[in-house]
Write a protein that binds this ligand. Structure first.
Ligand code: SF4
Length: 267
């Protein structure tokens, strides 16, 4: 049996010539890697640097411009004919799609068109009508309670301030912001739903770990006249392009401004 010939150890020079990486010799100080953010491709990095950082006004303006171009007419997707209907639809939309809510509300509002009518509805009646939106027992209590509060304390009309709206059962800050922005054109805050929360992080516009913190951060960096439209546009972006799993980065017009770690495509 012929003796097996040992392969000669590669010196760094030989290894380089063969195209393979040589192991560093013992005691050799490790070369420092380039301080590049994980997942950040050079072109996006260069663009961000050129604009002066993640929160530079120029970068924010470029993101807003991109959203205006992609979603010029973004509106609330919940069907409604009055502030009252929007309030109820928004309460029902918690943990539920707008499409599902839109399937339920026509019959709900046909049976109980006003706060005065809905406060007199029985809970089982309401539960039956909104069952498919999930969490229907709590939601039925909320919309009946909201009707009661609006009739008793606000003369049957949906109030137009954040402080008053958040006293209505089922209407936390997000719901109040939706109603104020869509029905009354009042920007008292920024709506932060699951899409706005996710995409604000992906675009490095916010770092907060709660919707409240993200809202405060967005209110500091966004011009006030974009507070309402930004949320509508981001919600559309989140549904169509920047979806939670496997965002469609190859179809995203913000791609060069984005260096999210879970990007799926780089230009
Ligand atoms: S590039 Fe991708 S991750 Fe970034 S905003 Fe666009 S779709 Fe979302």
């Amino acid at each position: 049996m012929p003796a097996t010939k040992k392969a000669p150890k590669k010196t760094p020079k030989k290894a380089a010539a063969s195209g393979k990486k040589a192991a560093p010799a013992k005691g050799t100080p490790k070369a420092k890697s380039t301080p590049i953010k994980k997942g950040l491709e050079p072109k996006a990095l260069a663009k961000t640097r050129a604009l002066g950082g993640d929160l530079a006004p120029e970068r924010i303006a470029a993101i807003l411009k991109g959203l205006d171009e992609a979603y010029p007419n973004a509106e609330c997707a919940l069907h409604h004919r009055s502030p009252w209907e929007l309030l109820v639809a928004t309460i029902l939309s918690a943990q539920c799609t707008d499409v599902r809510v839109n399937m339920v509300t026509p019959e709900l509002f046909r049976r109980f068109p006003t706060p005065e009518a809905m406060r007199k509805a029985s809970l089982p009646e309401l539960e039956e009508l909104i069952k498919t939106t999930g969490f229907y027992r709590n939601k039925a209590k909320s919309i009946k309670g909201a009707a009661e509060k609006i009739v008793t304390d606000f003369g049957g009309k949906v109030p137009q301030t954040l402080d008053e709206l958040i006293t209505v059962p089922g209407a936390a800050r997000k719901t109040a912001n939706v109603v104020l922005g869509v029905s009354f054109g009042k920007a008292e805050g920024v709506v932060v739903d699951t899409h706005v929360f996710r995409i604000s992080h992906r675009l490095d516009l916010a770092k907060g770990d709660t919707p409240q913190k993200v809202e405060q951060e967005l209110m500091e960096i966004l011009p006030k006249d974009h507070w309402i439209s930004f949320s509508h546009q981001i919600i559309h972006h989140g549904r169509q392009v920047c979806i939670a799993r496997s965002p469609k980065c190859d179809k995203c017009n913000l791609e060069q401004l984005c260096h999210s770690e879970d990007k799926t495509w780089w230009s």
